[in-house]
Design a protein around this ligand. Sequence first.
Ligand SMILES: NC(=O)c1ccc[n+]([C@@H]2O[C@H](COP(=O)([O-])OP(=O)(O)OC[C@H]3O[C@@H](n4cnc5c(N)ncnc54)[C@H](OP(=O)(O)O)[C@@H]3O)[C@@H](O)[C@H]2O)c1
Length: 327
Amino acid sequence: MRAARCTSYGKPSGIEVTETDDLEPGPGEVLVRVHAAAVNYPDVLVAADRYQVSAPLPFTPGSEFAGVVAALGEGVTGPPVGSPVAGAVFTGAFAEQVVAPVVALRPIPDGLDMVHAAAFHVAYGTAYHALVTVGGAVAGEWAAVLGAAGGVGSATVDVASRLGLHVVAAASSPQRLAVARELGAEQGIDYVHEDLKARLREVTGGDGVHLVVDPVGGDHAEAALRALRRHGRFITVGYADGRIPRIPLNLVLLKNAIIRGFEARMMREEAPEAVAAAQHALAGMVRDGMRPMVSEVHPLEDVAAALTAVAERRTTGKVVLDLTPTR
Ligand SMILES: NC(=O)c1ccc[n+]([C@@H]2O[C@H](COP(=O)([O-])OP(=O)(O)OC[C@H]3O[C@@H](n4cnc5c(N)ncnc54)[C@H](OP(=O)(O)O)[C@@H]3O)[C@@H](O)[C@H]2O)c1
């Protein structure tokens, strides 16, 4: 099979596509013929060995995929061979075949093709859990979404708008804010050229936002926290900026505010009922026409360029690799 391979840690330009051995599922695992794989920011970090967990060399990068079940490992009773599935693994998705634990697989909501299914679960699951499961979002509230044109950010804008929140998008350019507005953001703030705290207060009539969802970190986190209203909630989701914010705790005290984290793997292990509830709610939104914003689709051979574009902050929404079988 064809697979992307990292043989040394570093920039995505070092990743090559080669012919490798076919895979076999082990006990509790499923072999999936990958039809599409989405690029996520952590794939860049894993390739550079800058992620929380190291992938031993050599390895096939890529975490999120959609495809068709090709074989079941020992002790696995389903989904049946031939079923369409989506899933997420630590590494291995940028290849024609991936082996995943059966618990890492998800059904594909009706209405999503393989490209959109590959781009769906990580971003939209994260968005839903950040907003609802840990964020406690209530229709009519003001929510600020940082990095609002990125993968998680665009999904969060989309889901928040559909939940009836008033969404303020924050991103680094007017073009990126226009993307967020198309997904339902009522207000946009260019946090490179505008004062995020002052503008968040201004667009909410002076009171500030009820909820912040932050997949970016860096300096924007504290500015957004300072624009929370009393009893507001700040949900920290990721650090695409590269700098993990150090927050003065008096800001939390003074507002009776709550800062909470969201981490997808822990949610899968510790709160399966919340995961099921999120899947149910998101499937309903897909039935109503919601689709992840896929801005670029590339063949597997372009994997290095696709990862480089994400690493260099040049993409909006999701970038997907198309691995549709040709025969
Ligand atoms: N907690 C979880 O379970 C979970 C799940 C999924 C993802 N994440 C994390 O969430 C973060 C965002 O993931 P994503 O897939 O949405 O990534 P993405 O599509 O690359 O979007 C990240 C956004 O961050 C902004 N940004 C600010 N500074 C940046 C920099 N120096 N380099 C790159 N982007 C920068 C960019 O928007 P502007 O240019 O508009 O600022 C970009 O659109 C990552 O840290 C990822 O690890 C966490």
